[in-house]
Design a protein around this ligand. Structure first.
Ligand SMILES: *Cc1c(COP(=O)(O)O)cnc(C)c1O
Length: 350
């Protein structure tokens, strides 16, 4: 892995680049703590209660990462030989070290969905006939917002239809809500309503919410009891975790409404770079805090563009061989976006 002594001045590599704010650090310093594994940490208890209410579920579990939220949910829902239906560009498929195969012995049937969004009819078409020779279709997983889909927001009625189809066919429905709060702010629909009909759902605290660590997984009491067994099994049970849970409580108070600023900054960035020759950017595709750029017309490798931008103090990551992704967040203001756009323009013009 490459190491850097100092972070780039303007870091658009991901919304995980946020640093805890002074207010958040203060809340962490003052947090009440106890032994989390014993259920005795008041800050963790407050965070899970609040998250369960936010997501409209009976119970919730504090976990060290979003990946663990996904993997534990999959392990609770699926048994070896089961099949999961998800978008081909889903995080659980391409970005979790094949955890579904390793931990749950399950594999993923990929639906071709460039914006990361598929319909009830796609679910129906992907479900296997019951046969001794077929994998058992067991779980439908949606990602809202869809990261690989460009930060796209699932229309509420599509979510409802997908969850209803899963239920009708005896499958469970799971929502990777790493950026569910971005979806809620962008759509004006509450997280509770967006998660309705899904057996499991989680939010990441360490993305746009700006916390250093953590995710919260929610579901029925029974689901969460099972998930808690997996939490211990994975070694994810903690001790005085209130120090980091306090950051989550602080973020839910102070960092949710402001996600609208990140969305406005992403739209601004897209509009500022839309006419750069060779760069493919469609501002109409910017629904939340991500801007994807098709670099094929520049004649340069995205990794090369990324490296040269870094020399100018701006970090935008290569997403794949022909595209780059910029993500706005708490530590990026309008001036930063303007400077990043100007740097990209200067670089590609030279
Ligand atoms: C980041 C991300 C995850 C994993 O979260 P971590 O906290 O980084 O483990 C899962 N799903 C999506 C859509 C993500 O963007």
């Amino acid at each position: 892995m490459s190491q850097q002594n100092t972070a780039p001045r303007i870091d658009l590599v991901s919304d995980t680049a946020t640093r805890p704010t002074p207010g958040m650090r203060m809340a962490m310093a003052e947090a009440q703590v106890g032994d989390e594994q014993r259920g005795e940490d008041p800050s963790v208890n407050a965070l899970v209660e609040r998250s369960a209410a936010l997501l409209g579920k009976e119970a919730a579990l504090f976990l060290p990462s979003g990946t663990m939220c996904n993997q534990i949910a999959i392990a609770v829902h699926c048994r070896p030989g089961d099949e999961i239906i998800a978008a081909a560009n889903a995080h659980i498929l391409g970005t979790e070290s094949a955890g579904a195969a390793v931990f749950a012995g399950s594999f993923i049937r990929a639906i071709d969905a460039p914006r990361g969004i598929f319909g009830a009819e796609d679910v129906a078409a992907a479900i296997r006939y019951k046969s001794v020779k077929s994998p058992r279709s067991r779980l439908v997983s949606v990602e809202n917002t869809s990261n690989g889909g460009g930060g796209s927001v699932w229309p509420h009625e599509v979510l409802r239809a997908v969850a209803a189809e899963a239920r009708a066919q005896g499958l469970a429905a799971h929502m990777d809500g790493a950026r569910l709060l971005n979806a809620a702010i962008a759509s004006g629909v509450s997280t509770r309503d967006l998660a309705d009909g899904f057996e499991s759902v989680w939010i990441d605290l360490s993305k746009g919410l700006g916390c250093p660590v953590g995710g919260v997984l929610a579901g029925s009491r029974e689901f969460i009891a099972e998930a808690n067994v997996w939490k211990h099994r994975f070694g994810g049970a903690m001790r005085q975790a209130g120090i980091i849970a306090a950051a989550g409580l602080y973020a839910l108070d102070h960092h949710v409404e402001r996600l609208a600023e990140d969305h406005a900054n992403a739209r601004l960035f897209a509009s500022l770079i839309a006419d750069i020759p060779g760069l493919g950017v469609d501002p109409a595709n910017v629904e939340t805090n991500m801007v994807f750029m098709d670099t094929s017309g520049t004649g340069l490798d995205p990794a090369e563009i990324s490296r040269r931008l870094l020399e100018r103090g701006v970090r935008i990551g290569a997403w794949d061989r022909t595209s780059m992704r910029a993500v706005t967040h708490l530590d990026i203001d309008e001036a930063g976006v303007r400077e990043a756009a100007a740097s990209l323009r200067a670089l590609l013009a030279s």
